[in-house]
Design a protein around this ligand. Structure first.
Ligand SMILES: Cc1cc2nc3c(=O)[nH]c(=O)nc-3n(C[C@H](O)[C@H](O)[C@H](O)COP(=O)(O)O)c2cc1C
Length: 227
């Protein structure tokens, strides 16, 4: 492993560049060729029309790992909602399992994987809650169906089955017919403030590229890692 003491590299900026490239499919060394770039772009658009859930076209999907009260790892997908004061934000139900876990232990890891080009970013840090105002703005940005589903039942609670979910969602729909659906007190955001960010980029020759940035006295230090 070689160490580079240069603090010129800013991992937040690298993340933003990679995130933009994952969103647009443009700019990477794989898509510098105009024909490949246009072809990739068209393929993405076609496939996203067929399957809007395909995570090829949802670079905002990240795996969030937390630690359970029994010190076991606990992971699930969340939607990344942008950088807030240097932290990686997402929204959830504070009373969900992850919310309870983060209340006890704010340490978390977020992992992004993007297909074109093959890249992974791993962010280790501690979460801080976002403001109530931010929660309300996020709530307003959601569709009514999404709000009804989130309001109907506390996330991660054990339910009788789908019938209970449908019943409670229908009740919430009736209750707020013609009215805005209020943001529940337990709805809110977090920002994951990083102390470590690792980048992995796949190469055709299997000599994949890995760089790890560690925060040391307010400065990012970079080391290279064997793949
Ligand atoms: C693609 C995808 C995106 C998701 N985004 C979110 C999200 O942004 N916030 C959230 O609370 N749950 C999200 N979920 C649901 C979570 O993965 C998870 O099932 C839920 O939050 C409950 O997790 P917990 O019981 O560990 O708290 C998403 C699931 C998928 C498959």
């Amino acid at each position: 492993m070689s160490k580079n003491n240069s603090t010129d590299d800013d991992p937040i900026k690298i993340f933003l560049d990679w995130y933009l490239e994952a969103q647009t499919g443009m700019g990477s060394r794989f898509t510098k060729n105009r024909v490949i770039s246009t072809g990739t772009h068209l393929l993405r658009r076609m496939l996203s029309a067929v399957s809007p859930w395909a995570n090829l076209f949802r670079p905002d999907i990240a795996t969030l790992a937390t630690i359970s009260p029994e010190s076991r790892p606990s992971a699930r997908s969340v939607l990344f909602k942008g950088l807030v004061e240097g932290g990686f934000s997402f929204y959830t139900d504070y009373e969900s399992d992850k919310g309870k876990e983060l209340e006890i232990n704010p340490s978390a890891v977020m992992v992004f994987y993007w297909h074109f080009p093959p890249r992974q970013v791993r962010i280790d840090g501690k979460v801080c809650k976002l403001s109530r105002k931010a929660a309300e703005n996020d709530w307003k940005s959601r569709t009514r169906e999404n709000q009804t589903a989130s309001l109907a039942l506390r996330q991660s609670s054990i339910i009788r089955g789908r019938d209970e979910l449908v019943e409670k969602a229908n009740y919430a729909k009736l209750l707020y017919r013609g009215k805005p659906i209020p943001c529940p007190d337990s709805w809110g955001g977090y920002r994951l403030v990083p102390y470590k960010i690792e980048f992995w980029e796949g190469r055709f020759d299997w000599l994949h590229h890995r760089e790890k940035y560690l925060l040391n006295n307010g400065c990012w230090e970079k080391v290279y890692l064997a793949p």
